[in-house]
Design a protein around this ligand. Structure first.
Ligand code: EPU
Length: 419
């Protein structure tokens, strides 16, 4: 059953919320549980569609999975090393199963991934990386087949810092005999969290979070209990929601050290932050000052917050330019924001956003995870009702967003979408 979200805008947010565990950290770490037989226990795993998909992949391989408050995986019974199209097509991150299967079984058969509609998202860097480690890769009927019987340490040099390929190669290399050096590695906090989990399992990794990661292969790994880091993208999204409504919210479990570039841009927009103990108060301004933004690999400004910031800047006091350098096709929110009265033109990989006096509610269509959040955010500021269709995109990556927003005073409800 398709659902839509109806937002009645124009109310400043106020109150307190707690940031959930990170989706993009949980996905690779849950997948890493297949690398060693035994019982793994994960805390702060968010309750999301992508996590359910991951649970499905682990179960399909033969693991026993319990996903209640604590996410438990018993990977002892895993006997299969094939991840089918049925599950992989739902989520690009499923391709991370490849590195984990190589580490455990020295072989893998994984369907080429699908995922959000963000333009071409090839996996050439992943495959090139595996080949550096002596893995023989072939493709057949949409499946990538890895023969890693000759797996060994090696030097992996990426053309650019890719998050997924860095994670896949980290997993494949921890049991590869000898030393592996990954150069031009992605530096995202989620990679550091994965390395922390792998190290607790017995891996020997140095330099996660830096451009060069060194791994000394170990013979065996053991199960762990692990707490997932907070979701920096969810945190950033709620900061933007507070800002666009001119509200004041208190946020708990905010990973401020992972949000330096984001909080800096929000300060330039006029947002104020006050840290008291573990909580962060976010105070939205009366007027949004325009800013220019370029999305970059971490620690630069995250592409996953580009769409929410585009919404914010539609009501700024002047013109802003946002350049998207990570994905070639991530402006699907723009025509929808224009339906709400925004003045935006796209010039190649940049959006030129002229602030308008205000937005007016209208029906809009979401087409990926982050753009669905950006449309809800725009709806919070728009006068009247904004209806965001195909809200299942939101459920892939935000844990009960409408409940969290309602508790902050937003008027938002989920209803059945007829077509
Ligand atoms: N790319 C290639 N070849 C590769 C790998 C990547 O050309 O072999 C390209 C992609 O097509 C893309 C760019 O490089 O244009 C970045 O890809 P990257 O591998 O860094 O990203 P990812 O691992 O596919 C993760 C997050 C994304 C986030 C990006 C960038 C997860 C599960 N996903 O994707 O999150 O946008 O890093 O930070 O960690 C989201 O949560 O909404 C989301 C899309």
């Amino acid at each position: 059953m398709l659902e839509k979200m109806i937002v009645e805008g124009g109310r400043p947010l106020s109150g307190e919320m707690t940031v959930s565990g990170s989706k993009n950290s949980a996905l690779p770490i849950l997948i890493a549980s297949i690398m060693a037989p035994g019982r793994f226990e994960f805390h702060d795993v968010p309750d999301l569609m992508d996590i359910h998909t991951t649970a499905g992949i682990l179960s399909e391989l033969g693991a026993e999975v319990e996903n209640h408050k604590t996410f438990i995986v018993d990977s002892t019974p895993i006997a299969s090393y094939e991840a089918s199209w049925e599950l992989v097509r739902k989520m690009r991150a499923s391709f991370l199963i490849m590195g984990a299967l190589i580490a455990r079984f020295r072989k893998a058969r994984v369907s080429l991934p699908g995922g959000c509609e963000l333009g071409l998202r090839p996996v050439d860097q992943h495959l090139k990386g595996f080949e550096y480690l002596g893995v023989k890769i072939s493709e057949e009927h949409g499946l990538v087949i890895a023969d890693a019987t000759g797996l060994h340490g090696g030097k992996v040099v990426f053309d650019f810092p890719t998050v997924g390929a860095t994670e896949n190669l980290l997993m494949a290399s921890v049991t590869a005999p000898g030393e592996t050096v990954i150069q031009n590695a992605a530096r995202e906090p989620e990679i550091v969290d994965l390395a922390r989990a792998l190290t607790a399992m017995g891996a020997r990794i140095e330099g996660a979070g830096e451009e060069t990661i060194r791994i000394q292969g170990v013979q065996s790994l053991s199960p762990i209990t692990h707490k997932i880091i907070p979701d920096r993208i969810e945190a950033g999204t709620f900061m933007v929601a507070a800002a666009i409504t001119g509200g004041t919210i208190i946020m708990n479990n905010v990973p401020t050290t992972m949000l330096v570039s984001v909080m800096e841009k929000l300060r330039e927009c006029g947002v104020r932050f006050e840290e008291t103990g573990d909580a962060l108060t976010v105070i939205g301004p009366k007027k949004i000052t325009p800013v220019d933004i370029e999305t970059l690999p971490y620690p630069g400004f995250p592409t996953d917050l580009q769409a929410p910031f585009t919404s914010l800047l539609t009501i700024a006091d002047g013109t802003s330019i946002i350049s998207e350098t990570i994905f070639e096709k991530r402006f699907a929110h723009v025509p929808e924001l224009i339906r709400l009265g925004a003045d935006i033109t796209i010039d190649g990989r940049s959006a030129v956003i002229k602030g308008t006096g205000g937005l007016l509610g209208a029906p809009v269509m979401s087409s990926d995870l982050r753009n669905s959040a950006s449309l809800i955010i725009a709806g919070l500021a728009a006068r009247g009702a904004t209806e965001v269709y195909r809200i299942y995109h939101l459920d892939r990556g935000y844990e009960r967003m409408e409940e969290k927003l309602s508790r902050l005073g937003a008027v938002i409800r989920r209803v059945r979408q007829d077509d």
